[in-house]
Design a protein around this ligand. Structure first.
Ligand SMILES: *[C@@H]1O[C@H](CO)[C@@H](O)[C@H](O)[C@H]1NC(C)=O
Ligand SMILES: *[C@@H]1O[C@H](CO)[C@@H](O)[C@H](O)[C@H]1NC(C)=O
Ligand SMILES: *[C@@H]1O[C@H](CO)[C@@H](O)[C@H](O)[C@H]1NC(C)=O
Ligand SMILES: *[C@@H]1O[C@H](CO)[C@@H](O)[C@H](O)[C@H]1NC(C)=O
Length: 305
């Protein structure tokens, strides 16, 4: 057993065992454990038994998190865990030292785990147990300067060890380390993984692609009609949107914010060229201009004569 094994979290603390009056006692090595999705975690305890018992049988001890009909369910018999758990027990100075190893952690493994001795007439549960939090990784983006962004890998609880991260750009490993510098405006997809556990990484972050604009209704626009322009693109974190209208020869000016530009009653003065911009922390892209041509309602023309 090595604490440097890739992705394996091991807690080995020497602690004094608190013994109950009848001789049974369970002391956990750690009561709060945080690990990342995909990692392996080992939780351990020491247990003491009444002195009259000199032999112990590891088949009569187990770890559980759920109960069924009031009885604790051995992780080895729970289909959610059965192929991902391993138990060990061996004699130690203070009593018996037992561990449970859970591999390929899932977020649904977040729970309180308890150790149980289960010989008939000698059932004893160490309570409270060990609270395991399994967390996903996330990439946070911060601006370094106008051309560079710093990406850092985080988990939502403090991993009790200092994991090493591996960075992916699109589908390729590019770097190890806790942070990565990338150029602003990139639409490449960046994600981080724990070194030694490349199955579950963070969701990828990426800047917006050039957004597209859709017009509804797409048919001819009559004055007084309702028209929506919708801007869309793919980005993570989700992009925000701003709308621009080209105004003669001057620079396009900002009209509004939000993915939709809504005209409840469009006017011929609304004719012109529009574009939208999509932006998130990684970059900003503007759509092509689209032309809106609002026609006067045909019926009105004869009336005006
Ligand atoms: C921007 O930041 C990067 C990384 O911190 C640095 O290498 C680069 O020289 C900086 N550029 C400017 C113009 O400050
Ligand atoms: C425009 O969008 C609003 C709400 O987003 C919707 O109620 C309305 O029906 C849309 N109008 C058209 C012409 O698509
Ligand atoms: C052009 O821009 C000016 C000032 O930004 C504004 O007052 C004017 O209404 C705009 N014209 C059109 C047609 O949008
Ligand atoms: C859009 O997102 C960028 C990057 O997060 C931010 O700097 C900007 O203020 C946001 N703009 C609006 C209109 O919310």
């Amino acid at each position: 057993m090595s604490s440097s094994a890739g992705g394996l979290v091991v807690f080995l603390l020497s602690v004094q065992v608190i013994q109950s009056q009848d001789g049974w006692g369970v002391t956990y090595r750690q009561t709060e454990v945080c690990a990342a999705k995909g990692e392996r975690v080992m939780m351990g305890c020491y247990y003491t038994h009444p002195p009259v018992i000199t032999l112990y049988d590891i088949k009569d001890t187990f770890w559980f998190t759920k109960e069924k009909d009031g009885e604790p369910v051995d992780l080895r018999t729970d289909s959610e865990y059965s192929d991902r758990v391993e138990y060990t027990c061996h004699g130690a100075i203070f009593g018996v030292s037992c561990t449970v190893l859970i591999t390929n952690l899932r977020e649904s493994d977040s729970a309180e785990y308890k150790f149980r001795t289960n010989k008939p007439g000698e059932k004893y549960t160490g309570s409270p147990g060990v609270t395991l939090s399994v967390t996903g990784l996330q990439v946070q983006v911060s601006r370094s300067n106008s051309t560079w962004l710093e990406l850092t890998c985080h988990s939502s609880c403090d991993l009790s060890h200092h994991p090493e991260y591996v960075w992916f750009k699109n589908e390729e490993i590019i770097q190890t380390g806790s942070s990565l510098l990338v150029s602003s405006g990139s639409t490449d997809r960046y994600s981080c993984y724990l070194k030694g556990s490349l199955e579950q990484g963070s969701p990828a972050v990426y800047g917006p692609q050039r957004p597209s604009v859709s017009v509804s209704p797409s048919a001819e626009m009559m004055e007084g009609g309702s028209v929506n322009l919708t801007c869309s693109t793919d980005a993570n974190p989700a992009a925000n949107y701003t709308w621009y209208k080209e105004n003669g020869t001057s620079d396009p000016h900002l009209l509004s914010e939000g993915p939709q530009l809504v005209f409840i009653s469009i006017q011929s003065s609304d004719s012109g060229r529009y574009s939208c911009a999509a932006e998130n922390q990684l970059g900003r892209k503007r759509s092509d201009f689209i032309s809106i041509d609002v026609k006067l309602e045909e019926k009105k023309a004869p009336q005006g004569q």
